[in-house]
Design a protein around this ligand. Structure first.
Ligand code: NDP
Length: 345
């Protein structure tokens, strides 16, 4: 996208909220554009697992003007501060990788925090971007937005066709609100606010805190500790039979940048590998990577969750993108940089 003149952008800022439809192209009409290497790109949540991967990918591709703010510099729940920041900086592109994120326990016990904080962050950034006349934005949702019992693999059309999983319903509702904000600003004001729905992610900067982490980082840490303490048994929650999909976070970042660069302006879009494994297979791959030779004991008193969760990624495949990191390679790379591998931890 070309940088707009300062005068045009100032006028758009003043008038855009009311007269946006007259100043911006209709949804879907925007031609596929290449991002300029000098485009100003704001990555919200740049220090998190996803945000840091997006920053890495953008830098690898030669984007030199990346904007980032830590939480102490800009609290994204502070609407006035976000509006002022966006109006002042006027980034050409925004990636929203900031969110209150956590595993099943955190989601289920801090329900009000997950709903309120995610709604506030999304509204402040998406509505704030529109106010500031920013045309291109990407919002990251999550596969938990889909109904609990939907057919597999999960197609984008299944959104809002059935009840959500209860344990993370507040988080899912916030994410659905985020993608509906994108859709509505696109329809009403001709914006290109793309909502992506990634599957389970893992990689550098993941959360390895056992109280709040997701299954893959938790297994990696537990296997590492079992090996270090010569524990002959690795306890894994549930029966080991549920099937899950895992995407290496650098592949996710590549897909996000790809969609932004190629001018994708369609509806919400799933991002995954299209392949799933059982929890048993996952645990075995983790054990092999770590070099842990004990045995697995499945703790059937712990819940399994839904039997299968796999995204249908045909919409993304048709656009020419495919994940390139195998599960074995991704786990090896994540393990090599895990914080508990450092001698200071
Ligand atoms: P992280 O927790 O690693 O990163 C989130 C980032 O958001 C952190 O840098 C955090 O800052 C920042 N943040 C949160 N609240 C605020 C705030 N009020 N003000 C400023 N910054 C804030 O999460 P992930 O990288 O894993 O997730 C990013 C996105 O990807 C989320 O939208 C999530 O839903 C989505 N996603 C993640 C999946 C996963 O498996 N991890 C799967 C599917 C989707 P601080 O460090 O200060 O807390």
């Amino acid at each position: 996208m070309c940088r707009k003149s300062a005068i045009f952008r100032a006028a758009e800022y003043l008038l855009g909220y009311t007269f946006g439809p007259f100043f911006t192209p209709r949804h879907g009409e925007k031609p596929a554009t290449q991002m300029h290497r000098d485009a100003k790109i704001y990555v919200a949540g740049h220090a998190g697992m996803v945000g840091s991967a997006i920053v890495r990918r953008l830098r690898e591709k030669g984007y030199g003007s990346i904007l980032a703010r830590s939480r102490s510099e800009l609290d994204l729940m502070d609407q006035r501060a976000v509006r002022e920041f966006l109006a002042h900086e006027r980034p050409d592109y925004i990636f929203i990788a900031a969110a209150r994120v956590g595993g099943i326990l955190a989601n289920n016990t801090m329900r009000a925090d997950f709903l309120a904080q995610n709604l506030a962050i999304e509204l402040n950034l998406i509505e704030g971007a529109h106010r500031a006349g920013i045309q291109d934005l990407m919002f990251l949702g999550s596969s938990c937005i889909y109904p609990r019992d939907c057919p597999q693999p999960i197609r984008e059309e299944y959104l809002l066709t059935g009840p959500l999983e209860k344990t993370n319903e507040p988080y899912a509702i916030a994410k659905i609100a985020g993608l509906k904000l994108c859709e509505s600003f696109n329809q009403q004001f001709g914006r290109r606010y793309v909502a992506t729905m990634p599957t389970n992610l893992y990689g550098p900067n993941d959360n390895y805190d056992l109280a709040s982490s997701h299954v893959l980082p938790a297994l990696l840490r537990k296997a590492h500790e079992a090996k270090a303490s010569r524990n002959p048994e690795l306890v894994v929650w549930g029966s080991g039979t549920p099937r899950r999909e895992f995407l290496y976070v650098d592949d996710l970042a590549d897909a996000c940048v790809y969609l932004m660069e190629t001018g994708y302006a369609g509806d919400l879009i799933n991002i995954g590998t299209g392949v799933d494994v059982t929890i048993r297979e996952l645990a075995e791959t983790v054990m092999k990577t770590v070099g842990y030779e004990g045995t697995i004991r499945f703790d059937a008193s712990k819940p399994d969750g839904t039997p299968r969760k796999l995204l249908d990624v045909s919409r993304l495949s048709r656009l020419g993108w495919k994940a390139s990191t195998s599960l074995q390679d991704g786990i090896r790379r994540a393990y090599a940089v895990a914080p508990f591998m450092s001698p200071t931890n």
